[in-house]
Design a protein around this ligand. Sequence first.
Ligand SMILES: Nc1nc2c(ncn2[C@@H]2O[C@H](COP(=O)(O)OP(=O)(O)O)[C@@H](O)[C@H]2O)c(=O)[nH]1
Ligand SMILES: [Mg+2]
Length: 410
Amino acid sequence: MIPTYNEKENIEKMLPLLENEVFPKIQNHNMHILVADDTSPDGTKEEVEKSIKKWSNIHLLEGKKEGLGSAYIRAMHYAMNTLNAEAVIEFDADFQHDPHDIPRLVAAMDQGYDYVIGSRYIKGGQIPKEWGLNRKIKSFFGSLLARIVLFTFSIHDMTSGFKLTKTSFLKQVDLDHLISRNYAYKLQILFEIVLLGAKVKEIPIIFYERSAGKSKMETNDIYDSLKVIFTLRLRESMRIIKFLFVGGTGFVVQIIVQESTIRTGLAIFLAMLVSSIHFPFLNVQNLGAVSNGIGAGFGAEAAIVSNFLFNNFWTFNDTRHLKQTSPFVIRAIKFNLASLLSIAIQTFAVYLGVRLFGENISLFSHSLPTRILILFPTIIFLVIPLNYIIYNMLIWKTRYLKHDKKTSTH
Ligand SMILES: Nc1nc2c(ncn2[C@@H]2O[C@H](COP(=O)(O)OP(=O)(O)O)[C@@H](O)[C@H]2O)c(=O)[nH]1
Ligand SMILES: [Mg+2]
């Protein structure tokens, strides 16, 4: 895919070069060129049309000038839906990317990678020597900031415009609702592809100075990029914030249901029913204890149900348009099992704590119940993180927490 705006001089050299010198080196794939021109006034389109007469694997998509992202999104839809491409390559027309690097990207895909980045910031990569210090600093620190905010440390070049993407991954990105339709579109696609668990590979490229024509990069592209990376970070963090908030509401629901079951007399009614049954090892004759226990059980299950519903329809609702790995009922059962696990952990932690320290621990000359002191760290450091991981990886499993381990560089 080659987006063009006033690239006549470049595209007239680029297309024959790709056809005559580059594509013959890629024997095992059927290569196509898709030029996305935004009605350039300089006659880029006519130049492309000339080449189309000569080579049938060149395609031209025309559109209004609405930003680089817009042109690419159009091209990606066309490549996926009309050309049924297995992979797409983002590539500039202006010879800043060496067309002879294309076979190296394709070779990396053939080795099994899903997302291959032509990287200027790994060993062997390079940015134009001619660039002023100001431009070098902006490019390098821009990439570094994006890596830090998006936690994509394993990727060194976040803003490279030269990359290969398997369409099996690209199809899962919601291209029509990207935050930016300009230059920063690429940051979001990269982030989402990484979250989807793509196998990522960076290969070094030398980024040359533009050969002819003018750059279309605008100064407000910097603000656009900042907006994209911070919006993405906030979106991802929203999930943790919502998860913690739901946990808090669950506690309130638990107390309300527990108390109302006990205070309305429902618990004592059920306790009387239960006590008419004779269990072999259980003394269920103590109505007070049994009804309190029943109330607590109702409260706990009410909290489990309400937490499940809030998490399903709110905390993790951004995963709904993606393929869920399990249906609603299975998710509900898994959630209950995960909750039982939390109860088991807390039971065991309290048991262990009391065995080790006795029923009370004296702290600042106060005697405090061990069970309370043990529960705080257990819940904060064990139960909450564990639940969050279980929810993401086993219950609402779609795309989260699947990144980085499969990401490699060099
Ligand atoms: N169709 C289209 N192509 C664009 C647009 N902006 C930039 N391009 C093309 O995208 C490629 C990279 O743009 P360029 O101006 O060189 O960006 P720079 O390398 O960051 O200065 C070139 O092939 C441009 O012609 C746009 O708004 N629409
Ligand atoms: Mg350029």
